[in-house]
Ligand binder design. Structure first.
Ligand SMILES: Nc1ncnc2c1ncn2[C@@H]1O[C@H](COP(=O)(O)OP(=O)(O)OP(=O)(O)O)[C@@H](O)[C@H]1O
Ligand SMILES: O=P(O)(O)OC[C@@]1(O)O[C@H](CO)[C@@H](O)[C@@H]1O
Length: 323
């Protein structure tokens, strides 16, 4: 079972419009809630691919009720820490012709040590049944920023590998506990490195150097339309975006929201089944590609991801660790 944690759980409201114009009044064709927070998305992906997952979330108020309804509709299994204020609610606007127009990410409630302890306690209860732990997204303001560091230590005590996809202070703190795998996007990676690697050669070198410096076994650097770099076992690969349109039949536009979560979810699911890191990275790229073409996040039906998988190439770009 793949366990995920979303400390800053978000009830995401999606509006689908046509012909978005700033300053105009527009009517949406379609609007719906989805069970957000990156970890919840990851759990959703694992479930869509046929795996077992449970999301640990933080819920409160009317937004919490809407999140629960969305999770039930999306088939996401979860356990919640209850709070007496609203969990956050973000807004996603997708234009039918343009693709994603905007995502307004809510900061969320101010929480503290009580919720931090409650989440770690919930984690201790759930870890015995887990094969992998995924820690994703921001932490609510006020919560100790070392939550992910502590979670990795707790997971290590249970012999459970950790994948982390976070940014800023929580990610920096977590690196000290040596997570098994780190997934970062280019912007986050630039922030952690204190500078942005410009071309593929620099990115590969930086990814390998970063993994070696922090004792990380697997580093997956996602680069939007440029695909991903995987650094693992002293080698590195580039996995370009598959040369098939993400506008497959049934496509609804371009919506990059949650593509990183689709990548992490499919990676975790495939790694749990095969124990093969390179193969898991291929599944990750395929799932992100499928998700890109849908309004609803996550959207990774197994037959569609399998169809794209055969187009995902792995190109070895470095054979020696550059340290
Ligand atoms: N515009 C795009 N065109 C093609 N592929 C894309 C695009 N955006 C995302 N992808 C695919 O999704 C993967 C993850 O995207 P990205 O690097 O933006 O991650 P992310 O910032 O973590 O995403 P998010 O935070 O929205 O979940 C990419 O490696 C790529 O395979
Ligand atoms: O503020 P965070 O936690 O970094 O991410 C915010 C967020 O955009 O991430 C998810 C998409 O990945 C959404 O559910 C949510 O609104």
């Amino acid at each position: 079972m793949i366990l995920t944690v979303s400390p800053n759980t978000s009830t995401d409201r999606v509006y689908v419009v046509s012909g978005f114009r700033p300053g105009a009044t527009m009517r949406s064709h379609l609007s719906f809630d989805q069970a957000g927070g990156s970890g919840a998305h990851v759990s959703g992906v694992v479930g869509q691919l046929g795996g077992e997952s449970r999301a640990l979330v933080v819920l409160g108020g009317g937004n919490g009720l809407r999140w629960r309804a969305a999770a039930a509709r999306q088939g996401i299994d979860y356990r919640a820490v209850e709070i007496d204020v609203e969990n956050r609610s973000s807004v996603v606007v997708v234009d039918r012709q343009l693709g994603l127009v905007a995502e307004i990410v809510d900061g969320g409630p101010r929480l503290g040590g009580r919720e931090h302890e409650a989440l770690l306690e919930l984690l201790r209860r759930e870890l015995p049944a887990a094969s992998l732990l995924v820690l994703s997204g921001s932490l609510p303001a006020g919560m100790p920023q070392d939550l992910y560091f502590s979670a990795i230590e707790v997971a290590r005590g249970h012999g459970v590998r950790v994948i982390i996809d976070a940014h800023s202070e929580p990610m920096e703190a977590a690196l000290g506990a040596r997570p098994w795998m780190v997934k970062v996007n280019l912007e986050e990676f630039g922030g952690l490195m204190g500078g942005y690697p410009r071309d593929m050669a620099e990115r590969v070198g930086a990814a390998q150097e970063f993994a070696a410096r922090h004792g990380i076994e697997v580093l997956l650097l996602s680069m939007a339309q440029e695909g991903a770099v995987l650094a693992y076992g002293g080698h590195a690969w580039h996995l370009p975006v598959p040369p098939v349109p993400s506008h497959l039949p049934g496509s609804e536009g371009i919506n990059p929201v949650g593509c990183g979560d689709a990548m992490v979810g499919a990676f975790a699911w495939a790694y749990e089944r095969t124990g093969d890191v390179l193969e898991a990275a291929r599944w990750g790229v395929a799932a992100a590609h499928v998700n890109l073409a849908k309004y609803e996040v996550p959207s990774c039906p197994l037959p569609e991801v399998e169809a794209v998988l055969s187009f995902v190439e792995t190109r070895m770009v470095a054979q020696e660790e550059k340290v």
